[in-house]
Design a protein around this ligand. Structure first.
Ligand code: SAH
Length: 390
């Protein structure tokens, strides 16, 4: 494997104790056997985990005297609810999670007619420093482990199954990596998460490839790796500007991988997977919403297997920037469509709970009294093994 650039070398400190979801099925069976239990117990534990069962007392297919030990060894509770906040008449719920080392991350569950989507975090904080993004202002605390990322999706699936969102019981259908962090900067763990999301129950959540979206600032070598993986999930590229001069300031990693290289990598992904990618573009008043930039973007994407998702900027606290006014949004859409580019404007869920895209910034919530849930016994961090690139 070729050496990867420095941007992939996020800090390892604070990694959580070993969890079944970090392991392959074979590794989990070996781990269970090493603890002196029959290997098939690993499969039973996996079934409970992916169904959102956390209470050992409910694991009635395990001998009563092994439940506690097996749970502690392989299903340590890694995510503790600090609080839930709901919006949109109970159809959107943001959850603030505390991790074993005190780091905080958020996920947002959104119910729509006929589907339910969870937006999950892949890192605590983010190192990409996009100036309009609340998480980008925090800097990177650490990568999440695969189990910490998967756990957010499992919790959302369980919340849907239990009818915790308004509208009664339902099914989690979509996962988007649009919470905190840059997923492709935590590549190996995100790849493991994709496996868990796509693997049929009981060893995963059984989602379809098209209903999982990985969103990236455009880490070109990682997009190329994802292209080779054969997990044909939907790719979203956060472009925000069609020209390098402006993009260098809005998405600082652009100084390393330019617009043209990012689009080339996305095109290669589309060719390999047959799947249309989406271009995320936050419309910022008088910054990137000019008609000439719409035309530039139209020329950049015309004839490509791409779809533009315009997001009126969700202003972050203290930001000097604002969302584009409606007439500017409409003009932008019209020009893109005239260039033959499929374009939609994203509905911004959860704005009033700071749960919309780019608003996730868990650090301001530390002083909030937390819901008391038992914390797992913290074991020394373990090397996750077979990570290859970290
Ligand atoms: N790091 C990844 C995923 C996290 S952000 C990425 O950049 O793609 C998910 C999306 O929200 C990205 O498209 C991001 O650019 C966008 N976003 C960030 N801050 C925003 C804001 N204040 N308003 C609107 N969209 C924002």
């Amino acid at each position: 494997m070729t050496a990867l650039p420095l941007v992939f070398d996020a800090p390892r400190r604070g990694m959580p104790p070993r969890h079944l979801a970090d392991l392959t099925r074979e590794e989990a069976r070996t781990a269970v056997a090493e603890l002196g239990h029959p290997a098939f117990r690993a499969d039973q534990l996996a079934r409970h985990f992916y169904r959102g069962v956390t209470d050992p007392a409910q694991m009635t297919d395990l001998p009563a005297d092994t439940r506690q030990a097996l749970t502690e060894a392989l299903l340590p509770g890694l995510l503790t609810v600090v609080r839930h906040q709901t919006a949109d008449d109970g159809r959107t719920r943001k959850t603030l999670w505390r991790l074993h080392d005190g780091a905080l991350v958020e996920s947002v569950l959104m119910r729509y007619p006929g589907r339910a989507t969870v937006c999950i975090s892949s890192q605590a904080g983010c190192g990409m420093a996009c100036p309009f993004c609340a998480t980008g202002q925090q800097g990177l605390t650490r990568n999440l482990s695969a189990a910490e990322i998967i756990g957010q999706a499992v919790a959302a699936a369980a919340a849907m199954a239990n009818g915790e969102l308004d509208g009664g019981p339902g099914r989690l259908s979509n996962v988007v990596f649009m919470g905190m962090g840059e997923p492709l900067a935590n590549y190996a763990r995100v790849r493991k998460t994709l496996d868990a999301l796509l693997t049929p129950a009981p060893h995963g959540l059984g989602l379809s490839q098209r209903s999982v979206t990985v969103s990236t600032v455009g880490l070109v070598p990682a997009i190329r790796r994802l292209t080779e993986e054969g997990r044909n999930v939907t790719l979203a590229v956060s472009l925000h500007a069609p020209d390098d001069e402006l993009r260098d300031t809005l998405v600082p990693i652009n100084t390393r991988w330019k617009v043209g290289e990012v689009i080339d990598a996305a095109d290669a992904y589309a060719r390999k997977t047959g799947r249309r990618y989406s271009i995320e573009y936050a419309l910022i008043r008088d910054v990137n919403d000019q008609p000439f930039r719409a035309d530039l973007l139209g020329r950049l994407l015309a004839g490509k297997l791409a779809h533009v998702n315009l997001i009126p900027l969700n202003p972050t606290p203290g930001s000097k920037w604002d969302a584009s006014p409606l007439p500017a949004q409409r003009e932008f859409v019209a020009r893109l469509r005239a260039a033959g580019v499929a374009t939609t404007v994203r509905d911004t869920r959860g704005q009033d709970i700071d749960g919309a895209c780019g608003q996730l910034a868990a650090a301001d919530s530390v002083s909030v009294p937390s819901v008391a849930l038992p914390m797992p016994a913290v074991e020394p961090p373990v090397e996750l093994g077979a990570e290859g690139d970290e």
